[in-house]
Design a protein around this ligand. Structure first.
Ligand code: SAM
Length: 222
């Protein structure tokens, strides 16, 4: 297991390139104090998502899976003053912690936090008929990733990016004997993305504090 070495490098990256203010120590401390699982993105990943949103000039972002709002805040800080991230969280306890973090970090006006199961909330968002999203980040219950991806395509503008986290899972995605739920879900997601003519996509493997994993990134072309 190389995770210890990978973590040292993640720490190095964060110390060199990511400011203490960007790293959101208070958010991570609050999450830990509230007993939230430590399954947020890492600091280098959060910064990567932030840069991605800034690079495409995202004004509207959809996030599925808020947890304590760590990735939400990374995205919110990439938005213009009138930008918005709609983020969906199933667990009211997580949402409550996220709300406090989002307030403390001064981005509350840019965050629209919806509490509920994403498969219930996404049809509501669709029915509201708001402007399409420039970027979607899918990071909730992995079994529903194919359905979330389909929603993201539907709610996105042409040219939008869709990022799905945790699609490699220690290689479980290609292990024919795996019983790992998220590995099996990742395989179904790859099949769905490959069969979706309205996107062009790739996936990038990652190592770091979160072990060996990866994210899928798709661009909506139509
Ligand atoms: N994106 C967050 C970050 O990086 O800071 C981490 C999200 S965590 C990996 C996944 C979250 O999805 C958990 O808070 C979990 O409660 C939530 N979740 C699980 N099932 C869900 C569902 N059906 N709808 C919405 N959220 C769900």
């Amino acid at each position: 297991d190389m995770t210890a070495d990978w973590s040292v490098v993640d720490d190095y990256i964060a110390e060199r390139l990511i400011s203490p203010q960007e790293r959101q120590h208070a958010t991570l401390d609050a999450n830990r104090a509230a007993g939230l699982p430590e399954i947020d993105v890492s600091a280098p990943q959060g910064k990567f998502l932030h840069l991605l949103a800034a690079a495409i000039g995202a004004r509207r972002i959809l996030e599925i899976g808020t947890l304590g709002g760590y990735s939400t805040i990374w995205f919110a800080r990439a938005l213009p003053p009138d930008g918005k991230i709609v983020t969906v969280e199933y667990e009211p306890r997580h949402a409550e912690v996220a709300r406090a973090n989002i307030l403390r970090e001064g981005v509350a006006e840019k965050v629209d936090l919806r509490v509920g199961a994403a498969l219930d909330v996404l049809p509501q968002i669709e029915a509201e008929g708001g402007p399409p999203f420039d970027l979607a980040f899918i990071d909730a219950d992995k079994a529903n990733n194919p359905a979330y991806f389909a929603f993201a395509v539907k709610l996105a503008r042409p040219g939008a990016l869709i990022v799905v986290d945790n699609v490699v899972r220690d290689g479980a995605v290609v292990d024919p004997a795996t019983r790992d739920e998220s590995g099996l879900a990742a395989r179904r997601l790859f099949d769905a993305v490959a069969a979706e003519p309205r996107v062009t996509a790739t996936a990038v493997q990652t190592v770091g504090t979160k072990g060996w994993d990866g994210f899928l990134i798709a661009r909506v072309t139509a």
